[in-house]
Design a protein around this ligand. Structure first.
Ligand code: SAT
Ligand code: MN
Length: 638
């Protein structure tokens, strides 16, 4: 603990003090920490060693400060509730910036800022922003320590909530410094809640349980691989290993180095014949990735194991392997959406959350446990809501914030695969692209080839959820579910996928099969047509039958303008390739509607896709324009 009191110390003195306790010989890291301390003027600097003791001290401090409310240890052992500032509850996409040297490298879907101008603005915001607070230095690894797909970072932050959350979500501590040695590469990530405890003239300022700043910046410098985040304590804005590093910065690294950093869950499926498959699946935020990753199959004899629920890093296997794409989950925990998580929708998550959880913005029960909409059918008669106010079912508001979250270690999950953290990752057999679509998009359709699959990924659209600020329900394009997370030009990302596929194909390496899925289609009366959740195992079974080639020429697979569809209504035992609907009670009309391809509305959607593609100018890969033309032809106009 280096003492760097405000006001009293000159900048050089503050720099020396910040360096005094550095437990590393890495001079670039030490110099960087000194520079940030000089800029932000914290009262002291603490290096986070990853120990349980240090974590507990931080937790105890937050309980004292009112940031964390301890839950009833008999009902929810070693668990806490945090209530955020009501204006700091989600990612802030309009304050998220990609500061590449060239504007066109950020592309039309990112907010671009000129890097020198942004640096000057950030220096202004960060100057003195940690006065009176402790600056924590958090060395972390995304992916298993030292693994061939893993990457290292160091986050400085003035938020103990962020430190403790990073310890759940990533691998934190001295072992990372050991790996860095004297000169290893790391991604520097600077975070401040922007709420100093000492004013410019040395006057004390009051603290609050959830400090933040009305002005926010979530800024990324892709060329120098740096992250600067100011003003928010919310996970997606402040746990910089997650979206900022593992997606925005890593997607740029992946483009430059020939791999993929994607907004995808990863799961393992074992079929009744004990064949093992791995699936990666991209869905926009709050569209059920965690539920799918933890799915309990309703189909007898099938097993699903969880590997990751949000992010996948995939690389072609190196020498001595078959060269196929292998995926790791770079995270070590789940930062999941609480509302809608219940014993029927996701029983595995409910078991995962029995103990050792940090909840944020859920409701508190009178006996010191948590509650959110969807946890039970009937709400308790009285709660304390996410803002800390009395709540009853008559209140007319939700008790939990719609984007309230749980933070819990991956190994608490009963379905986590034994080797979920294997450094070499798992070989990916199938990739799914999904969104929340009330109409048009069938329950499942297979891409004809890789380029068609990239087209499916590039054209995902979905109804807006509460995970980001904006109007819930509005339809928005979310290519690869990466719209808010791609650190470079989205169209170049599609080009990168096409190139990587072509390269693997040219080497004779089998590519994953690609599918589009939609659990959210509705009937004209607004009812969900598909029961979803555990019943999605039927779709996984169809996907894996396709991968395994079980249905060759059996007639169970139908061609359609939008891709290959399963036959419905046929007995899958007699007609391999038909969707297995045995024991499921869905009316035949609903099944027809689930797979109905309406040419007129698809053609209207093609027009929208053309407009969307036009935004990317000559960055749009020609191959995708061709896919759009092919789709129109198949729909009957070409
Ligand atoms: O808030 S996060 O970005 O971490 C989660 C999400 O929106 O996917
Ligand atoms: Mn996500």
């Amino acid at each position: 603990r280096a003492d760097v009191r405000p006001g009293s110390a000159s900048a050089p003195a503050r720099r020396r003090a910040a360096d005094a306790t550095a437990p590393t010989t890495h001079w670039r890291l030490r110099a960087w920490v000194q520079r940030i301390a000089e800029l932000t003027e914290p009262a002291d600097v603490v290096w986070v060693d990853g120990s349980a003791e240090q974590k507990q001290r931080l937790v105890d401090g937050m309980v004292e400060a009112g940031t964390l409310v301890p839950l009833n240890p008999e009902l929810r052992p070693n668990s806490y509730l945090a209530r955020s500032d009501p204006d700091d509850v989600a990612r802030v996409e309009d304050r998220t910036f990609i500061c590449s040297l060239r504007e066109e490298d950020a592309g039309p879907t990112n907010n671009w800022r000129q890097p020198t101008a942004m640096r000057a603005e950030l220096r202004g915001a960060f100057a003195g922003s940690m006065r009176g607070r402790t600056m924590y230095v958090v060395p972390f690894s995304m992916g298993p320590l030292g693994g061939p797909i893993s990457q290292l970072g160091v986050q400085v932050t003035d938020s103990p909530y962020v430190v403790v959350s990073m310890q759940v979500m990533t691998r934190v501590g001295t072992a990372v410094l050991d790996l860095l040695g004297a000169d290893g590469d790391f991604v520097p990530a600077i975070h401040s809640v922007g709420a100093p405890l000492v004013g410019r003239d040395g006057e004390p300022l009051a603290d609050v349980p959830w400090p933040c700043n009305r002005t926010k910046y979530i800024a990324h410098f892709p060329e120098t691989r740096e992250i600067w985040s100011f003003g928010s304590g919310y996970g997606g804005n402040a746990l910089l290993g997650k979206k900022c590093f593992a997606l925005r910065i890593a997607s740029v690294m992946a483009r430059d180095e020939g791999w993929l950093a994607e907004h995808m869950l990863v799961l393992r499926v074992t079929d009744p014949a004990q064949r093992v498959f791995h699936v990666a699946a991209a869905f926009p935020s709050a569209c059920g990735k965690t539920n799918l990753a933890m799915l309990r199959p309703t189909l007898p004899g099938w097993t699903v194991e969880t590997i990751g629920d949000d992010i996948a890093w995939m690389r072609p296997g190196g020498p001595g392997t078959d060269g196929r794409l292998r995926a790791i989950n770079p995270e070590a925990g789940f930062f999941g959406v609480a509302p809608g998580t219940g014993p029927t929708t996701n029983p595995t998550a409910i078991e995962t959350l029995r103990s050792d959880v940090i909840f944020t913005n859920v409701a508190l029960t009178d006996d010191g446990d948590v509650w959110w909409e969807g946890l039970t059918d009937t709400p308790p008669a009285h709660l304390t809501d996410w803002r800390g106010n009395d709540w009853t079912p008559q209140s007319g508001t939700t008790a939990a914030h719609p984007n309230s979250r749980f933070t819990v270690a991956a190994d608490r999950c009963p379905t986590i695969a034994d080797d979920w953290d294997s450094p070499a990752g798992v070989p990916i057999d199938a990739i799914l692209f999904g969104g929340r679509r009330a109409s048009n998009v069938p329950l499942v359709a297979q891409a004809r080839d890789w380029a068609h699959g990239v087209f499916m990924g590039a054209t995902i659209s979905s109804e807006q959820t509460a995970a980001a600020e904006g109007t819930v329900g509005a339809l928005r394009r979310d290519p690869f579910a990466m719209l808010p997370f791609c650190g470079y030009n989205m169209a170049d990302h599609w080009g990168h996928w096409l190139r990587l596929g072509a390269e693997l194909e040219s080497r004779g390496v089998p590519l994953p099969a690609v599918f589009q899925v939609n659990w959210f289609r509705k009937g004209e009366d607004g009812r969900w047509l598909w029961p979803g959740f555990g019943e999605n195992s039927r779709v996984l079974a169809w996907v894996l039958g396709r991968v395994a080639g079980d249905d060759a020429d059996a007639g169970g697979v139908l061609d359609s303008p939008v891709g290959l569809l399963p036959a419905v209504g046929a007995d899958p035992a007699a007609t391999p390739g038909a969707l297995d609907l045995r024991g499921l009670d869905v009316p035949a009309e609903d099944l027809d509607e689930l797979f109905r391809v309406d040419a007129a509305s698809w053609l209207a959607e093609c027009d929208l896709t053309e407009e969307f593609f036009a935004r990317f100018g000559d960055h749009l890969p020609v191959r995708l324009a061709e896919e759009l033309a092919t789709l129109r032809t198949r729909l009957g106009t070409g």
